[in-house]
Design a protein around this ligand. Structure first.
Ligand code: BES
Ligand code: ZN
Length: 581
């Protein structure tokens, strides 16, 4: 008996799920999903089966022929949820579970019409990474085990259901509609994803379209018009795109992440829609996951850097191919800055700054930071430089080819790289990168545009400066805190009205850190408008850090809390908890 993933009750001596058939009815009035999940095993099995669940009410468990089985739902544990043990008689082909989700299911956010852009219809979406799929479906919730699925969702007829899968059709019956989907390729459970709402689509290319609420869809189509160029650039670098379609779903503002690489249907925050395509690096990132993450998958959250470090590397290669080395270099500089901030934030939990982590009794949502992303990126760049780009690119293709549709650990990566380039890992001291804390001493990434920015010091840029969003962010990051009041007044006049959220939040953070409280009304607006954690974290942290704004920040959070996603709520709570220590 062995549990190999610290975040799943799965035991590697038990049967493995091959496919899932989900039949689910979505009820906005009670905020519950009533469903039947059929799990079919790779081969018939016998004995104990442990599934992951969280906040599910189990109504019945049978085999696939409908024969009742003995089962028991254990008391929930804080991180893992509740173990559902089922006793399989000899040669059981699969199990069928009837159950209901809880209104507070951690993977789901049920939005009132007022929380959408159209204000007309409710909205529901799922966010299953890292370990929230179990709050929607009882299953073996570990990325070690891939499964195919079919799904049949019953929803109100006035709405549409979209899924990160291939659509099989829609039928209507009275007030209800049934939408059917199929995911023919085996995926880790965290990539199961769906959304229900008032949604419309615009085609971007023969293999890509964008979905959004009607009032947002045209702006979204403009912003993401370059997606086909990105897919082509990525195919040139990493091999054919294997998922057939690359569609995008523009999420409601409370979506807690920038993007989520759900296969065939990437979920993106509406804050990327800046009107000038200046934030499309997120599209490159989620697209890159189609290879690094969705094809070659981390075997558990302990090897998360294999997903995110490789994806940031791949993202910057796509950006370089399309926008040039200058832009890619500037992104790397910004990456180094956010890495240093994350390292500082984890000063009291340095184990979490390793690439390979040990996460027994650690919630992956608490371990989340930019470290696996950016430290992983700099490690891979170090390897690229050590062997040369041509050789590295050739290796990357064989790595993706060898491990496609598999889940791997850091040791699998090490062995594969070592076989291709004997001795190189030792030469770059890979052990320190992988198992050491903090960052090895490497030269700071540079770019000519960065030099121009840094020369400004704390003087404001010329009025006619034609900076990209990234350059503005770097400038704002480069200014030592607290910034002089005169500079704050100048930047206030220039940036507080900005609708580019990345630039705006970088400015508001600087302003709050400089005690420049004139921006408070705008800070409140941003915190009320956008539930993306990347924005909530710095703004609430800055509010909490200043005795003049801490109480107001808390009151504001109490008011806005119901509008935030459960994951975002927990994150902001931890910000205030940390600040109080
Ligand atoms: N897969 C992640 C998002 C994620 C990670 C969700 C872990 C839940 C648990 C996604 O690909 C991602 O990295 N998004 C980034 C944007 C990107 C441009 C770095 C984000 O949301 O900030
Ligand atoms: Zn990612």
């Amino acid at each position: 008996m062995a549990r190999r993933d610290p975040h799943s009750y799965n035991d590697d001596t038990q049967v493995e799920t091959e496919s899932l058939a989900l039949v689910a009815s979505i009820d906005f009035a009670t905020k519950t999903i009533t469903a039947e999940a059929s799990l079919v095993f790779r081969a018939p099995g016998t004995g104990a089966l442990d599934l992951d669940t969280r906040d599910l009410t189990i109504d019945a468990v049978t085999d696939v022929a409908g024969e009742p089985l003995a089962w028991r739902l254990h008391a929930p544990e804080p991180i893992l949820g509740a173990r559902l043990s089922i006793e399989l008689p000899a040669n059981t082909a699969g199990v069928r579970i009837r159950y209901r989700t809880s209104p507070s299911a951690s993977a789901l956010q049920w939005l009132e019409p007022a929380q959408t852009s159209g204000k007309r219809a409710p909205f529901l979406f799922s966010q299953c990474q890292a370990i929230h799929a179990r709050s929607v479906i009882p299953l073996q919730d570990t990325p070690r085990l891939r499964l195919r699925y079919t799904a049949e969702l019953t929803i109100p007829r006035t709405l549409r259901a979209v899924m990160a899968a291939a659509p099989l059709g829609r039928s209507e019956r009275g007030e209800l509609a049934i939408e059917r989907y199929e995911m023919p390729q085996p995926i880790p459970p965290y990539l199961i994803a769906f959304a229900v709402g008032d949604l419309e689509a615009r085609d971007l290319s023969p293999r890509s379209r964008v979905w959004a609420e009607p009032g947002v869809v045209d702006a979204a189509a403009y912003e993401f018009a370059g997606v086909e160029d990105m897919i082509r650039a990525a195919e040139g670098l990493f091999g054919p795109y294997d998922w057939d379609r690359f569609d995008i779903l523009t999420m409601p503002p409370s979506f807690p992440y920038g993007g989520m690489e759900n296969p065939r249907l990437t979920f993106l925050t509406p804050s990327v829609i800046a009107g000038d395509r200046s934030l499309v690096r997120i599209v490159a990132h989620e697209l890159a996951h189609s290879w690094t993450g969705n094809l070659v998958t981390n075997a558990s959250a302990e090897h998360f850097w294999l997903n995110e470090g490789f994806t940031v590397y791949a993202e910057r290669r796509i950006i370089e191919a399309i926008f040039g080395t200058d832009v890619a270099a500037l992104n790397a500089v910004l990456g180094r800055r956010v890495l240093d901030e994350s390292l500082a934030r984890f000063a009291n939990r340095p184990q979490l700054t390793r690439l390979r982590t040990t996460l027994w009794n650690v919630d992956p949502d608490d371990a989340y930071s930019q470290v696996p992303y950016q430290k992983g990126y700099f490690f891979l760049v170090t390897l690229e430089h050590a062997v040369g780009r041509a050789a590295f690119d050739a290796w990357l293709k064989t790595y993706l080819q060898t491990f496609r549709f598999q889940a791997i650990t850091t040791d699998d990566f090490i062995a594969h790289f070592e076989r291709a380039f004997r001795g190189v890992l030792a030469k770059v001291d890979a052990t320190t990168w992988i198992d050491g804390e903090g960052m090895p001493d490497i030269p700071e990434p540079r770019s000519t545009r960065l030099d121009a920015i840094e020369q400004l010091g704390t003087s404001p840029p010329p009025d006619d400066v034609a900076w990209s969003a990234t350059e503005w962010m770097l400038y704002l990051e480069s200014i030592p805190r607290p910034a002089p009041p005169a500079l704050c007044r100048h930047l206030d006049a220039r940036l507080t009205k900005s609708t580019n959220y990345e630039v705006l939040v970088a400015w508001l953070d600087l302003a709050l850190r400089s005690g420049y409280t004139a921006v408070l009304p705008r800070v409140e607006e941003v915190l009320a408008a956008m539930g993306r954690m990347k924005f909530l974290r710095p703004l609430y942290t800055a509010l909490a850090a200043n005795p003049a704004t801490a109480a107001a920040g808390r009151t504001l959070f109490e008011r806005l809390r119901p509008t935030y996603h459960p994951i975002a709520r927990a994150m902001v709570e931890s910000v205030f908890r940390e600040a109080a220590r």
